[in-house]
Design a protein around this ligand. Structure first.
Ligand SMILES: [Zn+2]
Ligand SMILES: [Zn+2]
Length: 258
């Protein structure tokens, strides 16, 4: 399985920067997990292939350019953009984003080929299919309804925590999956911002270190994501100091293969 965390910003030479402002993972160049930077950082091949987008929760850093992405492709879409989310999150997207005020309600619109956007409600706790992938969604502990995901292509499996603080159900499923290849876990704030991390339901390196003690098996790669750009260096240093084997920071733009 190939996974790329899309970059969100580029320097004056057009090279992706390491700061992660928006969240969008692309799996095997065709399935997106969240859509923060989807309209600004896909390459042309990905742009022509990504038609399945899983939205873990409706925070702006995870959906910012989703409306623009559908707008860009509007006349050329020969199949609807499929948005996978829980019923609750679909309701929030329709109320707060695709509401004719912030942006058009694409789910009501058609181009010459048919509907341009379609919601697919995600069941909780049971496996569902997205393109060639099997996905299981698990509620995690964030300030809005949010799901973590376990994604398998039949050979490799990767877990995505999405945005979360201390949680239980996610680890139960991760612990049952002895063959898990990678865990993508958030580490948003540096340790001195533990208070803000707590009220906004995110991890700091210290709280993540505690949380990872809930893992009953190891060996998989643990990739830290969602580092607030302003504190990136500090968070990287604090994550390193945890001395957890195989814990690394995921680099935006780089393609990882499991
Ligand atoms: Zn969030
Ligand atoms: Zn976020």
């Amino acid at each position: 399985m190939r996974i790329q965390l899309l970059p969100s910003t580029f320097d004056a030479q057009g090279v992706a920067t390491l700061e992660q402002r928006l969240t969008c993972f692309v799996i095997d160049d065709c399935v997106a997990v969240d859509a923060g930077s989807i309209a600004i950082a896909l390459n042309n091949e990905q742009r022509s292939k990504v038609r399945d987008i899983i939205v873990t929760h409706p925070h702006m850093d995870h959906v910012a350019s989703l409306p623009i992405f559908i707008d860009d492709l509007y006349p050329t879409l020969k199949e609807p953009m499929r948005i996978y989310a829980t019923e609750e999150v679909i309701g929030l997207l329709e109320r707060d984003v695709f509401n004719w005020n912030l942006y058009p309600r694409f789910s009501d619109l058609k181009n010459d080929y048919g509907p341009v956007m379609e919601y697919i409600p995600i069941p909780i706790g049971e496996s569902f299919r997205v393109a060639h992938l099997n996905v299981v969604a698990v509620p995690v502990n964030h300030i809005v309804p949010t799901i973590g995901l376990i994604v398998s292509d039949g050979q490799k499996s990767v877990a995505f925590s999405s945005d979360t603080a201390e949680t239980e159900e996610f680890w139960k499923i991760v612990n049952e999956m002895k063959g898990l290849d990678a865990l993508l876990i958030e580490a948003s704030f540096p340790d001195h911002m533990a208070k803000l991390a707590h009220v906004s339901r995110h991890f700091t390196p210290a709280s993540l270190g505690q949380e990872l003690k809930k893992l009953t098996h190891n060996g998989m790669d643990i990739m830290a994501v969602h580092l607030k750009p302003t504190y990136r260096d500090q968070i990287v240093e604090q994550l390193d100091a945890l001395n957890i084997p195989k814990l690394k920071v995921m680099e935006p733009g780089r393609v990882y293969e499991w």
